[in-house]
Every structure is written in structure tokens, then in C-alpha cells.
Design a protein around this ligand. Structure first.
Ligand SMILES: CC(C)(COP(=O)(O)OP(=O)(O)OC[C@H]1O[C@@H](n2cnc3c(N)ncnc32)[C@H](O)[C@@H]1OP(=O)(O)O)[C@@H](O)C(=O)NCCC(=O)NCCS
Length: 184
């Protein structure tokens, strides 16, 4: 049976760390090959080119990567109704955000624990709040939920408080644009 991830003991057993050129990717394997390929082949180049910043959740005892996420700067267009929903009474449509460009959990870890993906969303919120405190404003966490590979990711993001962006709705979609207000 899977146990819940995120207890006090996990906070010392796992560490969220940034990708570096010498980072070993021991043990990461997700059922969707594209997400493995990105981590092994593209993540470092994207980071060096300042296209995406990658964070790894690493098991300290083994060095295995349990999950990773890549964050990028973003801005989303909201309709008047959508802005009202967040009490954003401004004449402009575009609101700053931070986007989860990639998120994946390694299968051996998701077989052992539930909640790692949600823990990573929490970590992304924490990073976004830190950005607001120290650098620049970003009201939302955004994601293009990859329903091409798994329709269930929509439910995963909804359970983590994301809602669909009406303005960016695209009928012939492989992804669904979503946002989460990090201040409510
Ligand atoms: C999507 C992913 C990150 C979810 O991580 P996870 O650790 O399994 O998610 P959690 O355990 O935190 O799940 C939280 C809730 O979402 C649900 N959920 C998670 N993945 C789901 C899926 N694929 N389909 C339906 N529901 C899902 C869980 O059942 C759980 O619901 P509950 O709270 O009612 O029990 C992970 O499955 C993954 O890496 N998938 C492959 C890569 C991918 O698709 N990434 C997303 C790209 S946008």
C-alpha cells in the first residue's frame, strides 16, 4: 500500500535541489518517455540557456531523483470575468505568473508514496512566493496540463487547486492551460 509523502521524516530524508552540471540523475524513470528524455537530455541545456530552471527532489540516502520540475516566467491573459474571480480590478488583461513547464514523478517512488506530485506543486508555490518576496511579482502558478499523454493530469491539477484558463481555451488541444492563484 502507498503511504502519504510529506511527513516530518521526509523533510530530512529528501531534499529539493537545483540542477547543476555535475548532478547525477540516478534512478529517475517515469512511464512517459518524453519526461525522462527531457531530464536526461534537455534540462541542463535549457537551464544554461535560461529557458527553464529545474529542481530535483532527491532521496538523500540513495541519491535517487524522486521527482523534478522545471519552472519558467510566464504571463496569462484573463477575461474580465476571470479577473473578477481573483479581485484583480485592472484595465489590462495580462497578469504575471510562474509556469510549471515540466513536472514528473519517478515510478519507483510513486509506487511507494502518494502525494509526491502535490508536494512538488507546494514546492513550486513556495518558489513563486519567494520570487514575490525578493525579486518580482507573479500572481499565478500556471501549467499546460499535458492531456495528450494522460487525461488524468487534469484531475491531478484540479485537486491541487488549478482551474482552466477560459481565454486560452483551445478546442484541438493536447494541453489545457490552467492557473492557480498563489495568494488565495
Ligand atoms: C501527474 C503526476 C505528476 C502526479 O504525481 P503523483 O505523485 O502521482 O500525484 P499525487 O499523489 O500528489 O496526486 C494527488 C491527487 O491527484 C490524483 N492524480 C494524480 N495523478 C493522476 C492521474 N494521472 N489521473 C487521475 N488522478 C490523478 C491522485 O489520485 C490524488 O487524488 P486524491 O488526493 O483524491 O487521492 C505523476 O503521475 C507523473 O509524473 N506523471 C507523468 C508525467 C506527467 O504527466 N506530468 C504532468 C505534465 S503536465
Amino acid at each position: 500500500m502507498r503511504t502519504q509523502f510529506g511527513s516530518k521524516e521526509h523533510s530530512s530524508a529528501y531534499k529539493l535541489e537545483t540542477l547543476t552540471p555535475s548532478t547525477p540523475f540516478t534512478g529517475f524513470s517515469c512511464p512517459i518517455e518524453e519526461y525522462n528524455e527531457y531530464l536526461y537530455k534537455d534540462a541542463l541545456r535549457s537551464q544554461n540557456d535560461h529557458i527553464a530552471k529545474t529542481w530535483l527532489l532527491r532521496e538523500q540516502a540513495t541519491g535517487a531523483v524522486a521527482a523534478y520540475m522545471s519552472l519558467i516566467a510566464d504571463a496569462i491573459k484573463l477575461s474580465a470575468t476571470e479577473k473578477e474571480l481573483h479581485n484583480l480590478n485592472y484595465p489590462f488583461k495580462t497578469i504575471p505568473a510562474i509556469k510549471i513547464a515540466k513536472l514528473a514523478v519517478s515510478q519507483p517512488f510513486s509506487e511507494k508514496y502518494k502525494g509526491i506530485g502535490s508536494f512538488m506543486i507546494g514546492a513550486a508555490i513556495w518558489k513563486a512566493l519567494g520570487c514575490n518576496d525578493d525579486y518580482c511579482a507573479a500572481r499565478f502558478l500556471t501549467v499546460d496540463a499535458d492531456i495528450e499523454h494522460d487525461e488524468g493530469v487534469l484531475a491531478f491539477y484540479q485537486k491541487n487547486g488549478f482551474i482552466q484558463n477560459d481565454e486560452l481555451f483551445n478546442k484541438n488541444r493536447k494541453t489545457i492551460s490552467m492557473r492557480k492563484d498563489i495568494y488565495c
